[in-house]
Design a protein around this ligand. Sequence first.
Ligand code: NAD
Ligand code: MG
Length: 387
Amino acid sequence: MSKKRIAILGSTGSIGTQALEVIEANPDVFSVEVLTAQNNADLLIEQAVKFAPKVVVIGNALLADKVTAALASFPITVYSGNSALVSVVESDSIDIVLTAMVGYAGLLPTIHAIKAGKNIALANKETLVVAGELITNLARENNVSIYPVDSEHSAIYQCLVGEEKNPVEKIILTASGGPFRGKDRAFLAAVTKQQALKHPNWSMGAKITIDSATLMNKGLEVIEAKWLFDLSASQIDVIVHPQSIIHSMVQFEDGSIKAQMGLPDMKLPIQYALHYPYRLKSSFPRFDFTAYPSLTFEKPDLDTFRNLAIAYEALERGGNAACTVNAANEIAVEAFLQDRIGFLEISDVIIACIAKIAYIENPAYLDYVETNEATRRFALEMIQVKV
Ligand code: NAD
Ligand code: MG
């Protein structure tokens, strides 16, 4: 079998580096065709030397000369800037595109990859949150598969194998609850970014780690699940499961529930998405039931962690509502990471943006672009007034 040629968008991040570990462990199965990163030129150069892709792209054009010079003696083409980040996915020699960049920036490259007929291993959940309808329609029209990398969605995908004839009654997304599980608003009012960045079970990029602390990550995942599995909001439950062993569940119409389990390790869903429908042998540590005598479950606290309720409302509302929520959240999380707003103000910013930004029932691509920009502008203004 010929090797699967992979483009990794965002290769220097948490998902990107773990994807390269998977590729390194399976050199007969995968080859690296394209690597892209925004700012981490040193790691991108190191990865390029090690994995010998045909093309690398550095998003930040100010770093182009550095990357070009470092790779001059290798048969690697270096591009830079935003347009290269988008068009590089169209190359004939790519079999699958892993979208491992963070935030709204994932949308346009994913659209281009789908239009070029590339299957997508989707880590960048923001793409489906912002424009799930547009993306799933495009994928259908271009006969492209979207394989989820997010561990919860991979779990559901795995549970659905062989169940094509059986409708789903509901899915149950598990949430760790993050570092502030069980805390009240008085506590949250004073938490620092250092506290919020300490996730109990997963080591991830800064943005998704803050989203996990606010439960926005679970909210984004509810919306992601709607589009991946064609469900209504009422078919998507969230349950807090602090051990992160059950990665999510599917309940069928006879009441039977299937769960996918294992120790938390993103390399498993990454390699499942890259090599679907085949499972690759791995040396990952195995789960030992006796080491976890109790797996526990609790209801999420939607009054304290308002972002999860906000995401459900956006899903019910449809149109450009989730695009607004996503843009407001990206700005608010960044501001929290810069110590410009407090933890609870993240939700305040998002709620104010929903009230302010015009609702569009049937948005086209340019409406999403406009919604994203208008929301960011307004959120930034709000934050500046506060400081
Ligand atoms: P990260 O911050 O560790 O890495 C982000 C990567 O994207 C870096 O390579 C960076 O260079 C690149 N990037 C940043 N801004 C960019 C831009 N404007 N244009 C192009 N590239 C840009 O993030 P991460 O934790 O690896 O998360 C990546 C995506 O995967 C996110 O959408 C996240 O929600 C999702 N995800 C991550 C995990 C995880 O365990 N880390 C789990 C599930 C889903
Ligand atoms: Mg997840």
